[in-house]
Design a protein around this ligand. Sequence first.
Ligand code: UDP
Ligand code: MG
Length: 154
Amino acid sequence: METTFVLLKPSCVQRQLIGEVLNRFERRGLRISGMKMMQLSDEILREHYAHLVDRPFFPSLAASMQASPVVALAISGVDAVQVVRTMTGVTNGREAAPGTIRGDYSMSNQQNIVHASDSTSNAAIELARFFRPEEIFDYTSGMQGYIYGEGECK
Ligand code: UDP
Ligand code: MG
């Protein structure tokens, strides 16, 4: 089992797509192991998008991320980082494949509905950035035996 970090961006919250996007993760068989609504501070945003702070679009990205509260999620499953990243689709919603979250809900390179960790090491860093340890819950889904085959779930 692996846990990844997802942020439902203001483009998701404002368009009232929280339930719809959460539903996709749940229906896939992923488990929601942490969830909270928060308003992003300048500090956490600069840390989260440290690889982009020097880019010309950073001020506009920061404004878009602070336009409303966001929903931070910890999502667990076997290979959760890769599975969620694939479900998310490529950055630009106009180029994202239909069936992905961005490909179904976004027309933008910036207002692209979700953030998802891109590696297991970044998932660990991002989970620690947004959640206290006691805010992430390690429980077993009652449906686990029907979500995974025998021996598949480690
Ligand atoms: N972004 C943007 N303009 C760009 C590239 C990225 O506004 O030209 C935003 C977009 O919201 C994206 C975020 O910056 O999701 C983080 O960029 P990254 O390259 O890490 O893409 P992601 O991992 O989200 O697909
Ligand atoms: Mg990224």
